[in-house]
Design a protein around this ligand. Structure first.
Ligand code: 8YV
Length: 312
């Protein structure tokens, strides 16, 4: 009987590796743990988790011998870490291997929304080009003032890339990172006041829920663009939708949403938004590296060794 559960919508290659290397039992999501027999649940010592919700303390309590949760992803806001701590459960994640992809995409999204690439393509596909006046002029991205909300590993990669576009970098983080030429702000509203566009790269979870508030959006103003490659929970989504609909914010480029995979339908009617289905790390190279790191952590933990990338 399986000692390892593989919870989540794994790609075939990862599902197979978890089955071959760990004899893992696949489950579609954390709620399915309740459907296992008491005998099956007793045997489980590790969960290889992939997903954005559901790894709650209540689920942990259904697995009395659970000792390890290895997360597929850098963000672990779907896992109740305090609950894991209280139960002596070790948690790992997959940082670093996805920094390039997520930072590449964030920069692409910032350019895309300043130039309205997605709207221009929709316009062209609808046959508008041949009909008359050319596509309306848009905003230059190079040289803009860009605020990075969260200067962690990914935020740093984004800022480094943006430097090549001669952008002025401002950032919000808990402490001043003392980077020459970059300006630190200790408050998201002050950051938004100081910049043209805002790129959100902060971790998700209770500490950051709604920190991109109506006030932050107002401080950015009608020429501002918000890029979010972090978590939907970080933005007050209703305030964002209200501002975009009313033209109080120039645009948004969003890879993450509060209710994935069914974002608020108000998003779909917006012409001033670039919408992506949570694909920040979604390249073959990076997903392979994430899967391999998850499985190395799992192997190390099961062998009684220190994992490569512990969370707690
Ligand atoms: C997901 C992510 O892990 O790493 C993260 O935090 O959000 C993504 O890379 C990936 O979509 C699998 O759910």
């Amino acid at each position: 009987m399986a000692k390892v559960l593989a919870i989540g919508p794994y790609a075939d290659i990862d599902a197979q590796a978890l089955r071959d290397d760990f004899a893992a039992l696949p489950l579609a999501d954390a709620a399915d743990v309740a459907g296992l027999s008491a005998d099956q649940r007793d045997k489980v010592v590790a969960v290889a988790f992939l997903g954005h919700k559901g790894m709650s303390a209540a689920v942990m309590d259904q697995l009395p011998n659970l000792r390890f949760i290895t997360n597929f992803g850098v963000g672990y806001d779907a896992i109740d870490i305090a609950g894991a701590d209280a139960r002596g459960i070790r948690v790992t994640n997959t940082p670093n291997v996805l920094n390039d992809d997520v930072a590449d995409l964030a920069v692409a999204m910032l350019i895309s929304e300043n130039r309205r690439m997605s709207a221009a393509e929709t316009w062209m596909r609808a046959g508008e080009w041949a009909k008359g006046p050319e596509y309306p002029l848009q905003r230059k991205m190079s040289g803009r003032k860009v605020g990075i909300l969260g200067l962690g590993r990914i935020g740093r990669e984004i800022a480094d890339r943006l430097a090549a576009f001669r952008t002025q970098i401002h950032y919000f983080s808990r402490s001043d990172k003392q980077v020459a030429g970059w300006t630190w702000h200790d408050d998201p509203v002050a950051l938004a006041h100081a910049v043209d566009d805002l790129v959100i790269a902060v971790v998700g979870g209770p500490d950051t829920t709604g920190i991109v508030s109506a006030k932050v959006i107002k401080a950015l103003g009608p020429d501002g663009i918000i890029v979010n490659i972090a978590r939907g929970s970080v933005i007050d989504e209703t305030a964002l939708l209200d501002a975009l609909e009313a033209g109080r914010l120039r645009g948004a480029a969003l890879d993450v949403f509060l209710n994935e995979p069914r974002p608020d339908p108000r998003f779909f009617a917006l012409k001033n938004a670039t919408l992506l289905p949570h694909v920040g790390s979604a390249t073959q190279e990076t997903r392979r590296a994430m899967g391999e790191l998850q499985r190395r952590n799992l192997r190390l933990l099961l062998d009684g060794e220190q994992p490569e990338t512990p969370v707690n």
